[in-house]
Design a protein. Structure first.
Length: 346
């Protein structure tokens, strides 16, 4: 097979692990990728090996396979599984990572594999009244989380990962650490939510105090800060704003500690609230972020400001919300409206 070994390149480090999937995990963590990326890349590496074993009559190491197997696997995903383009691209990226970063192999044919084109979808957006009705059917921590997503434009993982030190009540600001693309940014803290957030922190401090009294391990710290500051994870400043009620085992370290709330908590209550509110739209947690951006633009906020608040790298990503406004604003009338036509209900 035509291959080029990258072991002489300074950006490639030979893995210490023996098993292939452990090597993928090791490289992902070496590059400080997110846990979600690690799970996805391990999943696709395993799926690729299992599929080739079934379709080619036995297990083979990816080093022994090449363009035919990779393209065959991706074709199967597109034709038989009929996965979405985004899923198809994720699988391709995982295999590129496997060969380049884990195995240290740069194969010329990798550049020739076609990528499914990105499809620009108009996001579902709620009206202001629909947001108000939806939030009125939610309660507890989940209601506060949903209001924060809409009021600050945060992604769900960004909100769940908030630490006490990142909420600035004096400046009415929230600092998002290591958001998508490992970037920091500052978003507004809605003044209407300040009292509820303060009450949340009073309850959370009691949980933190209980953990300290029982000698439980501190919370997870990113980027090896735990080794540099061993006691920081036990401090109030680093504690979660939305901690889980139960302890869990950290999948990367095996340490039992308190994690933040799990995503399913909000997803479940949001789905129930959508039904109770009678909203006939496909609503997800991310819809609150879409509505945040659209309502800001509708109120006259500059698109560059919205881009910064959302944490978009390119303003073209933010521009998708202007397509919603073009119709919603009613700037262009339908020719039917110019007719003196009265349609009967029947």
């Amino acid at each position: 097979m035509n291959r080029y070994n990258r072991s002489d390149k300074p950006d490639w480090v030979p893995p210490r692990s023996i098993k292939l999937l452990d090597q993928v995990r090791e490289r992902v963590r070496y590059l400080h990728y997110s846990l979600q990326t690690e799970k996805a890349y391990v999943y696709w590496a395993k799926a690729f090996v299992l599929w080739t074993a079934r379709s080619h009559g036995g297990f083979r190491h990816p080093r022994e396979m090449g363009q035919a197997e990779v393209e065959g696997f991706l074709t199967m995903l597109a034709t038989e599984k009929q996965v979405a383009p985004a899923t198809h691209r994720q699988a391709l990226n995982a295999l590129l990572f496997l060969y380049r970063q884990v195995l240290g192999m740069e194969l010329p044919w990798m550049q020739q594999i076609g990528r499914p084109p990105e499809r620009k979808r108009i996001p579902a957006v709620l009206t202001v009244q629909e947001v108000q009705t939806l939030l009125s059917h939610m309660a507890g921590t989940e209601a506060l989380l949903a209001a924060l997503l809409y009021g600050s434009g945060l992604r769900l993982r960004e909100a769940l990962g908030l630490r006490v030190k990142d909420v600035d009540f004096d400046r009415h600001a929230i600092i998002v650490r290591s958001g998508k693309g490992d970037k920091d940014r500052v978003v507004m803290l809605p003044r209407a939510l300040a009292p509820r957030l303060r009450a949340q922190l009073i309850q959370v401090r009691a949980v933190w105090g209980q953990d300290r009294a029982t000698g439980r391990g501190g919370v997870y710290l990113p980027h090896a800060l735990e080794r540099k500051y061993p006691r920081a994870g036990e401090s109030w400043a680093w504690f979660w704003v939305f901690p889980s009620a139960k302890l869990s085992v950290d999948p990367q370290t095996g340490v039992e500690r308190r994690h933040h709330l799990f995503e399913e908590r909000l997803n479940r209550q949001l789905k129930k609230a959508v039904v109770q509110a009678g909203i006939a739209k496909h609503v997800s947690v991310h819809t609150l972020r879409h509505s945040f951006a659209t309502h800001l633009l509708q109120a006259g906020t500059d698109i560059r400001t919205v881009q910064e608040l959302l944490g978009h790298s390119d303003v073209s990503t933010t521009m998708i919300y202007t397509h919603v406004l073009k119709v919603a604003a009613g700037g262009t009338s339908s020719p039917l409206d110019a007719l003196a036509l009265h349609l009967s209900p029947g």
